[in-house]
Design a protein. Structure first.
Length: 379
């Protein structure tokens, strides 16, 4: 006999008989970092899940309060280390709002170009590793990482770093793009649709992949909203919410692009939303490269940066969802308060609800469909 017993905000399925508790993680290839799931099983069926995090905790928010604003840029690289450009940006925007800094137009376009390249690269990791979690044994991941490598080469050409870039800074960007770098970006953009076609040819219609992902981990729209879920997870449940449209920043209001959604809210739909977003990133990049103006790439920033007392918050659409930075100044060279709204951490909140009733192998697929990065979970 099975009964539903409320536990907090989730429903755990409890059955009479012997139950087994197992640990997945914190060192496990399918937990995408030092993350632990305590699963209670009836046979192979998950009846309860307790996520445990904190193994990677680095006190980034507290450390940032004892460093200067410029030194804090490096911490943003190490939050979502798979998408540092899109993590640099909201910190820069919050600091600019705090200090009243104007960003040159060329720098705004370069920011958009870098963030959309970063979105594509991050989704390459997301769908490549997700395919491996579903049992594809790394072939799709080799293809997605091949294209991510080209983007990392572009970042290297732009700022001398591949992953910890510190490129988008308050006032603009660290340095201008050369004509050679712009030509390389144009060449990559020309190949983007063909690359996505190649990824889809291996996964989208694959009957085994569909069997592993469809009707698995269904997240209804109302539940997603209640848990403050954002990003592809939310849009995969049919909610067309994207910060680039809801609260346009940089020059996104000048660009045409669609917000992809799906309706079922399962693991397959979350995959399909990310694939569609990769194609939209190409549209955005084409327009940004076409309209890229000439001019400076750094606004007027005081040599000794000491914002007046006050506070500011800025949010953007990272590849994983809405990321926000709250900064409070007391007039010193370092922030008085520094807090991050990390989408990976918030999106994990619904994991316990999604895995209950599925098999252990499905729990791996569901976690992979969330697309977490532990750097911003245990910040």
């Amino acid at each position: 006999m099975a009964v539903d017993v409320p536990v907090g905000e989730q429903q755990e399925l409890v059955r009479e008989g012997d139950l087994l508790t197992i640990n997945m993680g914190p060192q496990h290839p399918s937990t995408h970092g030092v993350f632990r799931m305590i699963l209670t099983l009836d046979g192979e069926t998950v009846v309860a899940c307790r996520p445990v995090m904190g193994y990677l905790h680095r006190s980034v928010e507290k450390l940032a309060e004892s460093r200067t604003y410029l030194q804090d840029v490096i911490f943003t690289d190490r939050l979502d280390y798979l998408a540092p450009m899109t993590t640099n940006l909201p910190f820069a925007m919050a600091t600019e709002r705090l200090a009243g800094i104007q960003v040159p137009e060329r720098a705004e376009y370069i920011r958009v170009i870098m963030c959309e390249l970063q979105r594509f690269a991050s989704h390459c990791v997301a769908i490549g590793t997700f395919a491996s979690d579903a049992g594809a044994f790394f072939t799709p991941m080799m293809y997605t990482f091949r294209e991510r490598e080209r983007i990392l080469d572009i970042f290297d050409q732009a700022c001398g770093a591949r992953m910890t870039v510190s490129y988008i800074r308050y006032g603009g960007v660290a340095r201008d793009l050369t004509e050679e770098a712009i030509d390389v970006i144009r060449g990559f953009v020309d190949d983007m649709d063909r690359n996505v076609d190649e990824f889809e040819s291996m996964l989208t219609s694959n009957e085994i992949f569909k069997a592993r992902t469809q009707q698995i981990g269904i997240l209804p729209a109302d539940v997603a909203i209640a848990y403050s879920i954002t990003g592809p997870m939310l849009r995969g449940s049919g909610v067309a919410y994207d910060v680039r449209r809801a609260e346009p920043y940089s020059v996104y209001d000048r660009l045409e692009f669609d917000i992809p959604t799906r309706q079922t809210g399962d693991c397959y739909d979350r995959y399909m939303v990310r694939v569609a977003e990769m194609r939209q990133s190409r549209r955005i990049l084409q327009q940004a490269l076409r309209d890229l103006p000439r001019g400076p790439v750094m606004g007027k920033v005081p040599r000794v940066f000491r914002p007046a007392k006050g506070y500011a918050y800025a949010r953007t659409e990272s590849p994983k969802g809405e990321i926000g930075f709250y900064i409070e100044s007391d007039g010193k060279t370092e922030p008085y308060r520094f807090h991050i709204r990390a989408p990976s951490f918030i999106n994990l909140g619904v994991l316990s609800r999604l895995v209950v009733g599925h098999k252990v192998a499905d729990a791996v697929v569901i976690l992979g469909s969330i697309d977490i990065v532990m750097g911003e979970v245990d910040r």
